[in-house]
Ligand binder design. Structure first.
Ligand SMILES: Cc1cc2nc3c(=O)[nH]c(=O)nc-3n(C[C@H](O)[C@H](O)[C@H](O)COP(=O)(O)OP(=O)(O)OC[C@H]3O[C@@H](n4cnc5c(N)ncnc54)[C@H](O)[C@@H]3O)c2cc1C
Length: 500
């Protein structure tokens, strides 16, 4: 093993939404920062040229296998590269609703309260929206929490077919709003452009790519991380630093802690509570497709958010979730995340090829909160990473899907020539869709019921932090990345104080 001859003030592992943002926040401190990333810089195809073929490529699936609870292998849909999953995400950057921070009763259980409130996150959401250039509009969404400042950029306008659906939804007294998205002239903003690249302009920041962190070592008493072991090519290196921050994604950070077990931490580092790797959540996602008679470009942005059913419906008092449109089908991740969704339509419309079908389709993503369950967890069997996972909130999600199809049908009845109503195929997400993973190292005040304290520092290890989506005590129904980014900025302020 080669011991690196440098000593760092901070070592950050992972460059996704959490790690990339934190690097940018800490860079101006002048402290010596090392970033370790297992992937390489990705060749970014512009979002203008993404299409079906690209979504089948390895970039959307990690080049390794994980195992489900029956021991069946699968390729997880996660991206190892500089920028992490923000290099393949859709750029939807939404705040959690303020009630998401409170305890909420769902049909199938309780979503627990966070140790902090929306007001604690609000200034960091505002900072995050500026950093990631979020485009949006306040005032249309009845569930939108208070913003201390307006969105930094005006919303992206709807594509013409989408505008027709939006108008039809408004006639039903629903409240379609502009979806907040991070975007600039190059396409979606991500944690490479908004985090890592600006951080690397500072001489005190070093990035090592292809650096796969495989173990953390503590001091003999177990209360401090002394070294981080990474494999770079065939060689193992030890890196030493004062503060170590993990941001490998909720599943991989938990796996790294479990893998690094030692005499003082026999169940894995920071795992006296036995909660590391447990309470894995991944929102329930479905895609619903509408077919139109006229073609669209299949390349437009996601622009619509509907939260009328977020907290329930007239005849249903439990939360159901969030709806957003897909982008144009050729630039959306539907082909990666919900592959079976087009096959029933192909059968109903024989002779229509997938590309042609894509230009005549409008897609809708439906997202329902997943509830924490300690049995939904990451386990290591030897070197193999197993995920035990059972769906938690199925009834609420089914309600959302049926209610949404009903709303679409009402829109379609207003425009009989425009829509081809052969079907509204729906696709649920299989185990390999771990896009919205969170919750494996939840934060809180009590070391018996949480892994991290409210600054995202491990209760048991003084210099170890985790800033990816692991810290979420509940998953909410909106997309998670803006909350990961805002939290990294919040933890960044704490670390800046600590480093003084
Ligand atoms: C297809 C897709 C679409 C999505 N769309 C949206 C969206 O529109 N809006 C939204 O809010 N969210 C979206 N998400 C989710 C969003 O991308 C994640 O919530 C967010 O990226 C999580 O950030 P993170 O820092 O927790 O982890 P990640 O972004 O996953 O970053 C983890 C990083 O750690 C690195 N790493 C992992 N293990 C190691 C190791 N052992 N050593 C060194 N490096 C390591 C990885 O290579 C990666 O760079 C989407 C996700 C996917 C997959």
């Amino acid at each position: 093993m080669i011991v690196d001859d440098q000593y760092y003030d901070v070592i950050i592992v992972g460059t996704g939404a959490g790690g990339g943002t934190l690097a940018r926040k800490l860079a101006p401190t002048g402290k010596k920062i090392l970033i370790l990333e297992r992937g390489l810089f990705s060749l970014r195809e512009s979002s203008e040229v993404q299409d079906i073929e690209l979504f089948k490529k390895e970039r959307f699936h990690a080049p390794e296998q994980w195992y489900d609870e029956n021991g069946e292998p699968f390729s997880p849909q996660t991206s190892y590269c500089v920028g992490g999953n923000t290099k393949i995400y859709s750029g939807v950057l939404m705040r959690l609703r303020d009630r998401d921070f409170e305890s909420v009763q769902h049909q199938n259980g309780v979503s627990p309260a966070w140790g902090l409130k929306y007001s604690d996150f609000e200034p960091y959401y505002t900072e995050a929206e500026k950093l990631y250039q979020v485009h949006g509009k306040l005032g249309d969404d009845p569930t939108e929490p208070t913003h201390s400042e307006d969105y930094p950029f005006a919303p992206v306008e709807h594509e013409s077919h989408i505008q027709i659906v939006v108008d039809g939804l408004s006639k039903q007294e629903l409240h379609p709003a502009y979806l907040p998205i991070g975007i600039n002239e190059q396409g979606r903003t991500d944690s490479e452009d908004s985090g890592i690249s600006p951080a690397l302009k500072y001489e005190n920041v070093t990035l090592k790519t292809s650096a796969h962190v495989v173990c953390l070592y503590t001091n003999p008493s177990g209360n401090t991380i002394k070294a981080v072991q990474a494999k770079i090519g065939d060689q193992s290196y030890l890196f030493l630093g004062d503060i170590v921050v993990l941001s490998c994604g909720a599943i991989n950070s938990a796996a790294l802690l479990l893998r690094s077990q030692n005499e003082k931490h026999p169940k894995g580092i920071a795992n006296q509570s036995d909660l590391v790797g447990r309470n894995l959540m991944k929102q329930q996602l479905s895609v619903v497709i509408q077919l139109t008679a006229d073609p669209n470009s299949a390349m437009f942005q996601r622009t619509v958010s509907v939260n009328d059913f977020y907290w329930g419906d007239k005849d249903y008092r439990y939360p159901m979730g969030h709806v957003q449109n897909s982008g144009g089908i050729l630039r959306d991740v539907i082909f990666s995340e919900a592959p079976p969704v087009f096959s029933p339509i192909s059968r109903l419309l024989p002779g229509v090829g997938i590309r042609q079908l894509a230009t005549r389709s409008l897609g809708w993503w439906l997202q329902t909160e997943d509830l924490p369950n300690p049995e939904n967890r990451i386990r290591l069997v030897g070197d193999k990473l197993h995920i035990d996972y059972k769906v938690s909130n199925g009834e609420a999600h089914d309600r959302l899907v049926y209610r949404w199809i009903d709303a679409l049908k009402q829109v379609e009845s207003l425009h009989p020539g425009m829509f081809n109503r052969v079907a509204h195929p729906r696709s649920n997400m299989p185990i390999q869709v771990v896009a919205h993973q969170c919750g494996t190292c939840r934060f809180g005040e009590d070391p018996q019921t949480s892994v991290l304290d409210l600054n995202c520092r491990a209760h048991e290890v003084d210099n170890l932090y985790v800033v990816d989506s692991s810290f979420f005590p509940s998953s909410a129904s909106v997309s998670p990345a803006l909350t990961v980014i805002a939290n990294a900025l919040r933890v960044g302020d704490h670390l800046i104080d600590r480093l003084k």
